[in-house]
Design a protein around this ligand. Structure first.
Ligand code: PGA
Length: 251
C-alpha cells in the first residue's frame, strides 16, 4: 500500500507547551488505528522536545521548520541540523516561502547540505509567488529544485518535495491550487527530478502539496492532483481541522 504523508507545519500557530502536548497526544491516539498515513509534526524549535516526548512509541515523526546552513561553530541564534538530529528530529523543512524572503538560493542549498550531513531527511519547499500565462513559473520551480539539490546525494538521504505556491498559502480552501493545475505541476516536478537524479530514484521521491489545504479540498487534491500527501499549515494546528484532513485521506 502506498503511504500518504501528512506533515503539519505549525509555524507559530502553536506556542504553548500544553497545547503542543495535547495536540501531539491526540494525534498519537488517532493515528494508531490508521495504517495508510505517515505523519510529521513540525513545531517551533522550543517545543520540539515536548512534541518528541508526546509522540514516543508512535509512527509520528518530528520535523524542524528550518535549519542553519552551519552545522557548528560561532553562529549565535541558529538551529544546528546536528543538534536537531541529536534532539530526535527526523525531518528538516527547507526553503519554505516564509523563509525564502530572507534566505537566498545559496543559503537554501547550504541548509540542504547541512541537513544531509547531519543525517536528517529533507522536505524541500518550492513554489512560485504568482502564475504567469507564459509559464515562467515552471522555469522558476525548475531553478529552485536544481539549485537546492545541486549536491544532493543519490543515495542515503530521504527527500520529499513540497510544492507550495505562495499565492495559495494561508488563504481559504477555495483559493488553493486547482487539482488539474496541481497535477500538471506534479508531472513537471517529477520530470525535473528525473533530470537531477536517475529515473528510478526520481520516481521514489514523494511530492506533496501545501497551500490552504483543509478537510473540504484534501480529497480531490489527493485523488486528482498527482501528489502523495500534504504540507499543512493553519489546519494542522488544531485537532479538529487536522483530523478532518486525516479522515478524508485514510483508507
Ligand atoms: P497553510 O500553510 O496550510 O496555512 O496555507 C501551508 C504552509 O505554508 O506550509
Amino acid at each position: 500500500m502506498k503511504k500518504i504523508l501528512i506533515a503539519g507545519n505549525w509555524k507559530l500557530y502553536v506556542t504553548e507547551v500544553e497545547d503542543a502536548k495535547n495536540l501531539a497526544s491526540q494525534l498519537k491516539r488517532k493515528i494508531s488505528k490508521i495504517t495508510n498515513i505517515d505523519t510529521v509534526l513540525m513545531p517551533t524549535a522550543p517545543l520540539i522536545s515536548t512534541v518528541s516526548a508526546a509522540v514516543k512509541k508512535s509512527s509520528i515523526a518530528v520535523g524542524a521548520q528550518t535549519v542553519s546552513p552551519f552545522l557548528d561553530g560561532a553562529h549565535t541564534g541558529y538551529e544546528s541540523a546536528a543538534a536537531l538530529k541529536s534532539a530526535g528530529v527526523k525531518w528538516a523543512l527547507v526553503g519554505h516561502s516564509e523563509r525564502r524572503a530572507q534566505e537566498s538560493e545559496d543559503v537554501i542549498q547550504a541548509q540542504v547540505q547541512a541537513a544531509v550531513k547531519a543525517g536528517l531527511s529533507v522536505m524541500l519547499c518550492v513554489g512560485e509567488a504568482e502564475r504567469d500565462p507564459q509559464g515562467a513559473h515552471f522555469s522558476l520551480i525548475e531553478r529552485q529544485l536544481s539549485s537546492a539539490l545541486a549536491h544532493f546525494p543519490a543515495k542515503g538521504t530521504k527527500l520529499v518535495i513540497a510544492y507550495e505556491p505562495v499565492w495559495a498559502i494561508g488563504k481559504s480552501a477555495a483559493e488553493a491550487c486547482k487539482p488539474a493545475d496541481l497535477e500538471e505541476m506534479s508531472i513537471f516536478i517529477r520530470r525535473a527530478l528525473t533530470e537531477l537524479f536517475d529515473r528510478t530514484a526520481a520516481t521514489k521521491i514523494p511530492i506533496l502539496y501545501g497551500g490552504s489545504v483543509d478537510g473540504s479540498n484534501v480529497h480531490e487534491l489527493l485523488t486528482q492532483g498527482g501528489v502523495s500527501g500534504f504540507l499543512v499549515g493553519r489546519a494542522s494546528a488544531n485537532a479538529k481541522s487536522l483530523f478532518e484532513i486525516i479522515d478524508a485521506c485514510k483508507a
